[in-house]
Design a protein around this ligand. Structure first.
Ligand SMILES: Nc1ncnc2c1ncn2[C@@H]1O[C@H](COP(=O)(O)OP(=O)(O)OP(=O)(O)O)[C@@H](O)[C@H]1O
Ligand SMILES: [Mg+2]
Length: 105
């Protein structure tokens, strides 16, 4: 309860700080329009404390979901997502649904 999640939510402005500015790699996020902010957020990764996985989608398709929302084709999204599953040792779980994964996975 020290404020870790709140700090991370402030960094991507899911939570707007009551005072001060947020700068990431020199860009002042607190000065951006909502549209600009959405764009910049695409390069700021965050893992939520509650995983917020979609239970009807496989591990691979969960990773693909935000890419599809951003307008990427399904096949391109899958190509992009696979190396990330591999990076975290889940390449053999790409077809598994969230209920088939452990908490850590
Ligand atoms: N800078 C702050 N000033 C005042 N209250 C804060 C601040 N940051 C966080 N809080 C409050 O403190 C509480 C705990 O914050 P938060 O959930 O961010 O902590 P956490 O470190 O992520 O906790 P956990 O270890 O349980 O995940 C929340 O009620 C939050 O609103
Ligand atoms: Mg937390």
């Amino acid at each position: 309860g020290a404020g870790k999640s709140t700090l991370v939510r402030c960094i991507n402005l899911l939570e707007r700080p009551t005072a001060g500015a947020v700068r990431v790699n020199g860009a002042e996020l607190t000065g951006l329009s909502q549209k600009e902010l959405r764009k910049v957020r695409q390069s700021i990764g965050m893992i939520f404390q509650g995983f917020n996985l979609l239970f009807q989608r496989t591990a691979l398709d969960n990773v693909c979901f935000p890419l599809e929302l951003a307008g990427m084709s399904r096949s391109e999204a899958r190509q992009k997502a696979r190396p990330f599953l591999k990076l975290v040792g889940l390449e053999d779980k790409e077809s598994a649904y969230p209920v088939q994964l452990s908490g850590g996975q």
